[in-house]
Design a protein around this ligand. Sequence first.
Ligand code: MRU
Ligand code: ZN
Length: 219
Amino acid sequence: MTTLTTPRISELQLREAGAALAFEAARFAGNGWMRGTAGNLSLVLDRDPLRLAVTASGLDKSELTERDVVLVDADGKSADVEDPRRPSAESGLHAHIAARTGAQAIFHVHALDAVIAGQLWPEGVEIRDLEMLKGIGHPAHDTTVRIPVIANDQDMTVEAARFDAVYVEATPEVPEVPAIIVAGHGMYAWGATVEAARHHLEITEWLLRYEVGIRAATR
Ligand SMILES: CSC[C@@H](O)[C@@H](O)C(=O)COP(=O)(O)O
Ligand SMILES: [Zn+2]
């Protein structure tokens, strides 16, 4: 059995996280958002110190099993000395989003509409007057919600800094926007539970699909 460097996290916890993430990945792959090896998913298992289960790198995301996760630390580095597998190349940004937002689940997919939206609106995608906005915690009317866009980089410390430059924390009046687009790459969404992160991902993708579609239809 693997000896985890964080004794509070058991092999069973890691497997359960792996099973939950494999289930979500199969669903998202079915939507065409995780083609081939694209995308990665994570779940926070401990806060102090921060530990996440993140999908292992380079795997076909449509056929993950409960074993296909790696335990990582706050820098996105493997926290399991005995696990030879590489965690997702984007683990560092997952860990940063978990730390910065307090989210428990962070999902990254290569949804095509997110990439097109990031190209069309590099300053952020402004959305208003759609009922589906309520699905990411915002009013359907009389307010404009901006999905932030950051540039792509292979260095996750660069991406983390770009995240901080656009992320707006919730206030008592205005909730956070639980999603971000990475230009030329894909999108991230997060939430307090696996289900909340999934809902935020699916609803944001719908909103982006609408914006891209209405733009094409009215040109
Ligand atoms: C077509 S895979 C592109 C990868 O570089 C990356 O962006 C990605 O989403 C998957 O990386 P991974 O390291 O497997 O988690
Ligand atoms: Zn990616």
